[in-house]
Design a protein around this ligand. Structure first.
Ligand code: AMO
Length: 433
């Protein structure tokens, strides 16, 4: 098969319309379905754009082609040439009468998972065969929407004059202060996989003002939960001459922009997934106000963090709203968050559709205060020397946020498990594919 010629000749099936009636077209894709009615044989060909019915009729279709149509295994990759005919009964009102069929790659059977739209294969098994699961319309819809989400975030940030940056994935000390670090060997040293690009995005913002990234992070969370991954992606943002309210405003507008784009571009996918997405509005409340509200609704609260139940309740009380919970207790935030008085901080969490999707805040840009806070958190300032020193030479106040890409996809599309929102998840047990 001359693939160069094919790529020039080929029509995506959604571009095959009634205006092609009587014309010869070349299409390529996978055999999604087939039916043999004796005298008539059907193949439903699926490519990235949609589906096309291919119809063979005994006595009319060349015998060799008609025979072949009865024996192509589902999900085999094929190229088909044929004449477009009007067919009111076929999807899209047209069908293809084949004159040539080339099987480029035969799918072995039985297929290890059911890839039909009504597949009942359980998630772990689907993930074992993710390459095949990606043939499913539902799975494709999720990742098309995620792709628009990422595009939307980038487009918004570029429009705001932020520069996209890349950061190291190998770090010498913790960036979040927690213990959930993956250790790795790096020549004679012990290093860690990046938990976030926190310290680096701050350094860049202090020189270039607005910076954003879509950054992969690793967290050694020991427990397998439906909302945690060991490898995930974050939409990061950092901005100089800004406090946490400026950061919240950028977060809200970036998400609103991306959701609007999804609604415009992915209506088909949203419909397939049964999701009615609305551009979210915003609501701001202090941590104290949030806990008072939750207590009123008899939801369990905790002194330094929102409980899972609390997040869920906020989602119920404020559907399609990004709830910003600010003035967070200092005790509940990490070392780099700017204190606000003795007990509070300039940190916030964003709750959307019942789950934390982001956290952020104003950062400490004062070396002495940073040293003090590191000590208060039981960390050794010596491990953070280059980070602390970066604030000694005209570092302005700055703020930002990190927003989980998969977490966001999960809540937006009402997925039951975050693993649905990542093509190749990494959790405690899963390293392949
Ligand atoms: P934080 O640790 O809260 O903050 O992470 C930010 C957001 O990233 C997502 N997230 C995760 N998603 C899936 N699996 C995980 N294990 C996981 N961990 C985090 C969540 C979370 O809200 N540097 C700060 C952000 C900042 O202040 O700029 C940070 O990483 O949606």
């Amino acid at each position: 098969m001359d693939l160069g010629k094919l790529s020039k000749e080929r029509k995506y099936v959604s571009d095959v319309t009634l205006s092609d009636e009587g014309k010869k077209v070349t299409v390529a894709g996978w055999v999604y379905d087939d039916r043999d009615l004796g005298k008539v044989r059907f193949i439903v060909l699926r490519d990235v754009s949609g589906e096309l019915q291919v119809t063979g009729v005994k006595g009319e279709t060349e015998e060799k082609i008609f025979k072949l149509m009865g024996g192509i295994s589902r999900e085999s990759a094929v190229v088909i040439k044929g004449i477009v005919k009007k067919s009111p009964k076929a999807p899209g009102g047209r069908e293809l009468f084949p004159s040539e069929i080339d099987i480029l790659s035969k799918a072995e059977h039985p297929l290890p998972i059911d890839v039909s739209d009504f597949s009942k294969t359980e998630l772990p098994k689907r993930l074992d065969y993710r390459f095949l699961d990606l043939h499913r319309k539902r799975t494709q819809a999720i990742f098309r929407i995620q792709s628009t989400l990422m595009q939307g975030y980038r487009e918004f940030m570029v429009g705001e004059g932020a520069i996209e940056a890349n950061f190291p994935s190998i770090i010498g000390s913790s960036s979040e202060g927690g213990t959930e670090l993956f250790k790795a060997k790096y020549f004679e040293k012990e290093v860690y996989l990046s938990q976030s690009c926190q310290l680096y995005k701050q350094m860049v913002a202090c020189a270039m003002e607005k910076v954003f990234a879509v950054f992969t992070v690793w967290r050694a969370e020991k427990h397998n939960t439906i909302r945690h991954l060991n490898e995930s992606r974050q939409f990061d943002f950092e901005m100089a001459f800004a406090d946490e309210f400026v950061a919240m405003d950028y977060l809200a507008r970036s998400l609103q922009f991306a959701v609007k784009k999804i609604i415009e571009k992915n209506s088909k996918e949203l419909e397939l997934l049964g999701i009615k997405l609305k551009v979210p509005t915003t609501k701001y409340m202090t941590f104290k106000e949030a806990n008072e509200l939750l207590k009123k609704h008899k939801v369990e609260t905790s002194p330094n963090d929102l409980t899972g139940e609390g997040e869920k309740k906020l989602g119920e009380l404020f559907p399609d709203v990004i709830v910003f919970v600010h003035d967070w207790p200092l005790e509940g935030k990490t070392f780099y968050i700017m204190p606000k008085g003795k007990d509070l901080s300039c940190g916030f969490d964003a709750i959307y559709k019942g789950m934390e999707i982001s956290s952020g805040g104003q950062r400490i840009h004062l070396p002495e205060l940073l040293t003090e806070r590191l000590k208060a958190k039981g960390l050794n300032p010596k491990d953070f020397t280059s980070y602390i020193d970066s604030f000694r030479y005209g570092a302005p106040p700055h703020a930002g946020f990190g927003m989980g890409v998969e977490r966001l996809t999960m809540v937006m599309l009402e997925l039951n498990n975050i693993r649905e929102a990542v093509m190749f998840p990494r959790d405690r047990d899963r390293l392949t594919p």
